[in-house]
Design a protein around this ligand. Sequence first.
Ligand code: ADP
Ligand code: MG
Ligand code: MG
Ligand code: MG
Length: 400
Amino acid sequence: MSAYHPLTEAEAIEYARKLPDLFAPGSELSSREIGDGNLNLVFHISEPSSGKSIILKQALPYAKVVGESWPLTLDRARIESEALLIQESLCPKLVPHVHVYEPELALTVMQDLSDHVIMRKGLIEGQRYPLFAGHIATFLARTLFFTSDLGLNQQEKKERVKRFINPELCKITEDLIFDDPYTDSPNNNVPPAIRDAVEAVWQDNELHVEVAILRDKFLTKAQSLLHGDLHTGSIFIKADSTKVIDPEFAYYGPMGFDIGAVIANLLLNFAAQEGLSLDSASRRDYRDYLTGTIRDIWTKFEAEFRALWNEHGVDRMFRTPGFADYYLQEVLRDTVGFAGSKMVRRIHGLAQVADINQLQDEAARERAQRIALAIGTALIKSNRSVTSIDQLIETADKAV
Ligand code: ADP
Ligand code: MG
Ligand code: MG
Ligand code: MG
């Protein structure tokens, strides 16, 4: 079974059976493939007699994205498992534990998180997660600080950068987030009802300049080891626990890209309240919950990041008074710009979000799409001048 091939369910069981100290010898195991099958297989293997279970995630050598398949490196399984191990060393409770990484099979064996739900689904159902802001702020502060030149010896950091050159997955981001949505590309899925608003995006040169600046930062600003795809579909959650999964897009990039991804996906749900909430009072209330969460994420992130800097900063020049203020303002500005970019691509780009697309009421769906596009473009245009997270929240509130 060692040469690479996509595993069958029977082979996944056979593989899991050989893992040390897990299942009883000879016991009955069952397997379900629970991935969406576009890029990766995800097998859930369980032992009914003990209730023990495990996840096997295997990368496929192609992506079925633009109608047809294109080849996609299996090395992303190494990147994902190495990123998970680094994240676990920095925030043990906030990612699944990796038991084994098997390079030949592009296979990662990890902790089963089936007692959590995917956060996008929880938010669509109107759930609230009071501990989430603190958990994700800790994840962001610790992973971004300790993998950057602020918290890591600069020679070691350069070795890290080498291990996380991820050109093929970065190319997906460069095209789908920072290129296609701003032109009449065949990769887009333009909702006919909002074609006028999308055409305005295609013609807005002021917007394109800002997107070019953000794209250039994504290409060149090797600031921290990013998760790289930190939307609410990459977050498993329950009342007292948050777990970040799926870092196959990990690479060295600008901190604001990860923080912005989280905020963008909360704001996409904010827009979707047009159809998800049943009346205006509950809509206002849930939107306030979402923007309150965003404010808490930034505030807690900034406080935790500054504390790490004071305690663990490795560079003398970087401790110069005033530099941390400058640095965090730039991170905030990048966060706002990347949040806007991540919203726009979800409205008329290739891959969209269930929060909005699953709205049954067409008029509500159209209003949600227009709101999200208005917030996204306004955030992109304001990114280089904002000075506080409240300005981002005002932008969202003004759009509804
Ligand atoms: P992809 O890169 O293909 O998006 P994900 O890592 O996001 O793969 O996993 C796809 C789905 O598989 C998740 O949405 C979740 O339902 C399930 N899954 C992935 N990892 C786990 C896990 N550790 N525990 C339980 N379910 C998981
Ligand atoms: Mg998927
Ligand atoms: Mg993925
Ligand atoms: Mg995923």
